[in-house]
Write a protein that binds this ligand. Structure first.
Ligand code: FAD
Length: 271
């Protein structure tokens, strides 16, 4: 049996620059690393440290894992300086992943902010792989500026799909941008979905998750139909170190995607 504390060596095969601050790292682990959409891994940069990330790639390809990373501090800055050919380490996967069984047979509203679209991209691969199993997929995505919209190379492909709609927005007006302007919550104002048969799944900065959740509740979504990716600092990934709990829920073991109904009565659960 493999030891969950020991990373699997992984070759950094390619690096795709998504935005000025976000890159996708294409990794080939020494052995396939099966994961479900929404499960996360600990990525180790030998000699420096490790950090948790949720793969953004197709869960049907466990031998080739893509991780999309915003440059924000010690480990992520160093990762952004790497060249293909480096050897990194992967531990995991950890967590439960998205509640795909619950989503089956329902419409899905996907709400992303910034690099928060990365974990949701793995979910989109899952939903697209079985179009008959799910209803309509509606994607609402916000970034600070047009340059910071992640996965621009795929937006056209997403829009072209049957039963999928995709609307991006940027926070402030920008030269040449003809699309929507305003925070991602403003894209929910004209939502045309049957709330009785829709699940909402959101990922982004915590302040965004809070306002998206409040907006969804205002619109009439039941707490049971709202899922949020709570990507807080965590360390072991296995419910041992006690750094990531919300009430009795360990984000690493029970999440990182939690149902709002399960945390709504916990004080300051949304910060
Ligand atoms: C389950 C999970 C999945 C994640 N998936 C992704 C992903 O797919 N892509 C991605 O870019 N990031 C993701 N993150 C966030 C990522 O783990 C942090 O950005 C990373 O740990 C920062 O490490 P660092 O050493 O570069 O920054 P540090 O030097 O440790 O910190 C720099 C700054 O980033 C803040 N920070 C550190 N960790 C987090 C965090 N978890 N959330 C928000 N702010 C943080 C710190 O407070 C500080 O302000 C995920 C986090 C979790 C818990």
């Amino acid at each position: 049996m493999s030891n969950a504390f020991v990373p699997v060596p992984a070759l950094l095969e390619d690096i795709v620059t998504e935005t000025p601050t976000i890159k996708t790292f294409v990794l080939r682990p020494e052995r396939p690393l099966p994961f479900k959409a929404g499960q996360f891994v600990q990525l180790e940069l030998p000699g420096l440290g490790e950090a948790p990330f949720t793969p953004s790639s197709d869960p049907r390809e466990p031998e080739r894992i893509e991780i999309t990373i915003l440059k924000t501090g010690l480990v992520t800055n160093a990762l952004h300086e790497l060249e293909p050919g480096a050897i990194l380490g992967l531990r995991g996967p950890f967590g439960k992943g998205y509640p795909v069984q619950k989503l089956a047979g329902h419409d899905v509203l996907v709400v992303g902010g910034g690099v928060g679209l990365a974990p949701l991209r793995a979910l989109l691969y899952h939903l697209y792989a079985e179009p008959d199993a799910y209803g309509r997929v509606s994607i609402r995505y916000g970034a600070r500026s047009p340059e910071e919209l992640c996965f621009q190379r795929q937006h056209e492909e997403w829009v072209a799909r049957e039963a999928v709609d995709f609307t991006p927005t940027i926070d402030r007006p920008a030269a040449g941008w003809k699309g929507h302007v305003g925070l991602v919550t403003t894209l929910l104002d004209d939502l045309d979905m049957d709330l009785e048969r829709t699940y909402a799944v959101s990922c982004g900065p915590e302040v965004m998750l809070k306002f998206v959740t409040w907006k969804l509740l205002d619109l009439g979504f039941a707490p049971e139909r709202i899922y949020l990716s709570m990507n807080r600092n965590m360390s072991c990934g296995m419910g041992i170190c006690g750094r990531c709990n919300i009430g009795t829920h360990y984000l690493c073991k029970d999440g990182p995607d939690l149902c709002y109904a399960d945390i709504k009565d916990i004080p300051y659960a949304l910060g």
